[in-house]
Design a protein around this ligand. Structure first.
Ligand code: TYD
Ligand code: MG
Length: 455
């Protein structure tokens, strides 16, 4: 019989290799490769095509119960979830350390309790006294929440088995949980996977909405195996800059709803406050007459959010390699836009440092931001402030065309409501009503001419 191949898997990222190495070739962590226990190997005699039970096929149009949802008491949280917590579902919530995951979930749990449900909050990271202190600060300490500091999944499930299933179960965090039936320290791939599996099974069998907090690695993905993201129904990320007040809750995967709605919160002295109308948040402190600042009407799901894009261009005297630094936007996209401005519009950035910043710690993902970024860059380049009453949106192609984007009319309307009477965007049949307030531009060079001529 052939010798079974040995297999090593990285305990940090889950990648598999056929030989042991000191450093993982995928995530570059040291000493994380561990040999996998060989799985049962089926011999040729062992066919899987007989001996099983027949499964039932179901009709797609068979009647099924409508999805029940339960409000978490935080409207912005419910919005990001697509309408509230679904009993029997598992949610994985990732986010940088200190961004406010524990705060958000403690608040949500307290709200569920106040609305008459039972909520259990298990902290594996903090002692009960620390959580109590936070609850005091959040002014929720009177809520009869079931709070425990525990890390053993067996203890947690035994305790839960002896009480009526709660409406909400929060596990903070999955990386601190461990099971005595699985080898390895807490936080290793096998522990995280095994513990999550047991907790999710409990949640599904008992109609409990389960929230697992997940640590995030340096590159922003949820630590532990990717398979965790496949196991849960909803993956959410809690984003923001720690130095800024605003936080955005985004769902990245949602088996029960759309993934484009966001929840917006402000971190205040007494916890996270909901921001129901975020459209003006990321504009504060704008100076009218500064070159390099452009306002972009971004769309987050069904809500427009106005964001300020700032560009700074520093000419270099020496031949040093110029820097490009981006906060809040994709650096690859900036490189592309600079290349288009160089080759299609005749601008030169080769001896200039380029800095781009999205105000307020906001992260732009909307492709329609291209035109606002281009406007900010050209304005900074020519030292020509943009008109203070104008917003910019449109996607820029490699050929330098300005492409139509979704929701152009909603963007223009929201901007007008907030005092930006003019919008500059793509020309063409899909452009909003041709009015004196809308400037349609089809090619990037025309935008450059317009700005440099101080339109
Ligand atoms: P926390 O919820 O502990 O973050 P995470 O669980 O994501 O690591 O939030 C920690 C930060 O939030 C901390 O730096 C202080 C700040 N904070 C406030 O500003 N106000 C508050 O009421 C609370 C509870 C925390
Ligand atoms: Mg925490």
């Amino acid at each position: 019989m052939a010798k079974p191949k040995r297999r090593f898997s990285c305990q940090a990222c889950g990648s598999v290799s056929t030989r042991w190495q000191g450093q993982c070739a995928d995530c570059a962590e040291w000493n994380t490769l561990v040999e996998d226990v060989p799985q049962t190997v089926f011999s040729a005699k062992h066919h899987l095509s007989s001996g099983g039970r027949a499964i039932q096929f179901e009709a797609l149009d068979a009647p099924s119960e409508p999805l029940r949802r339960r409000g978490s008491g935080l409207a912005e949280f419910d919005r990001a979830l697509g309408g509230g917590l679904v009993p029997g579902s598992a949610i994985l919530m990732g986010g940088d350390p200190g961004i406010g995951k524990s705060t958000l979930l403690l608040q949500a749990a307290a709200h569920v309790v106040r609305a008459g449900g039972v909520a259990v909050y298990v902290s594996g990271e903090e002692a009960a006294a620390q959580v109590r202190m936070r609850a005091d600060r959040l002014e929720v300490s009177d809520a009869p929440l079931r709070l425990a500091a525990a890390t053993s999944v067996r203890d947690i499930l035994t305790t839960l088995g002896e009480m009526a299933p709660p409406a909400l179960l929060v596990i903070d965090s999955i990386q601190t949980m461990h099971s005595d039936q699985i080898e390895g320290a807490p936080g290793t791939v096998s522990q995280v996977r095994g513990c999550a599996f047991e907790l999710i099974r409990y949640a599904k069998e008992n109609g409990v909405a389960l929230v697992l907090v997940g640590h995030v690695t340096k590159d922003g993905s949820i630590a532990g195996p990717r398979v965790l993201e496949h196991m849960v129904d909803v993956v959410m990320s809690f984003e923001g800059e720690r130095s800024h007040q605003y936080r955005i809750l985004r769902s990245i995967k949602n088996r029960f709803g759309p993934v484009d709605e966001i929840g917006v919160f402000a971190m205040e002295g007494s916890g996270l406050a909901e921001v129901g109308n975020p459209s003006m948040l990321f504009l504060s402190g704008r100076e009218d007459s500064v070159a390099g600042s452009a306002v972009f009407p971004a769309m987050e799901g069904t809500r427009p959010v106005l964001v300020e894009v700032q560009a700074l261009i520093v000419r270099l005297q020496s031949g040093a390699t110029p820097r490009r630094a981006v906060v809040g936007w994709d650096s690859g996209r900036l490189a592309m836009l600079l290349a288009v401005l160089e080759s299609r519009c005749g601008l030169s950035f080769s001896s200039a440092e380029v800095y781009l910043n999205v105000a307020g710690g906001y992260r732009l993902a909307d492709p329609a931001a291209d035109l606002a970024v281009a406007a900010a860059l050209v304005s900074a380049m020519g030292d020509k402030p943009l008109p203070a009453n104008t917003v910019w949106f449109g996607e820029v192609s490699l050929a330098g065309e300005i492409r139509p984007v979704a929701h152009a009319s909603i963007r223009q309307r929201e901007a007008a409501k907030l005092g930006f009477s003019r919008a500059c965007g793509p020309a063409g049949p899909n452009a909003p009503e041709r009015s004196a307030n809308y400037v349609g531009i089809d090619l990037l060079p025309k935008l450059v001419d317009r700005i440099l001529a101080n339109a």
